[in-house]
Write a protein that binds this ligand. Sequence first.
Ligand SMILES: [Zn+2]
Length: 92
Amino acid sequence: MSTEHEHDADCREVLERVYFFIDNELDHASRAQIEEHLTACAPCVQEVDLERMVKALIARSCREHAPVELRQRVMFSIRQVQIEVRRESPFD
Ligand SMILES: [Zn+2]
C-alpha cells in the first residue's frame, strides 16, 4: 500500500517535468531519475510518448507558434486512441 503511494508521487514528479524532459532541459540527475522511473512505469512511458508525439505533430504542422487550439485538438484525438488502447490493456 505504501509503495503504491510512493509510486504515485514519482509519477506526479515525472509528469510535472515531462516537457522539460522532452526538451532536454533537465540537469543530469533529474533526467536520470526520470529515465529510471520510465523503465518501471508503463503509464508514464505512454505519457512521455504522447507528449513527444504531440510535440512532433505540432512542429511539423506549424513551424512557428503552435496555436493552443491545434495542440488541444491533437491531444484530444491522441487521447481517444489511448483510451481505446487502455480498454484492451491487461493492466487494468
Ligand atoms: Zn510513473
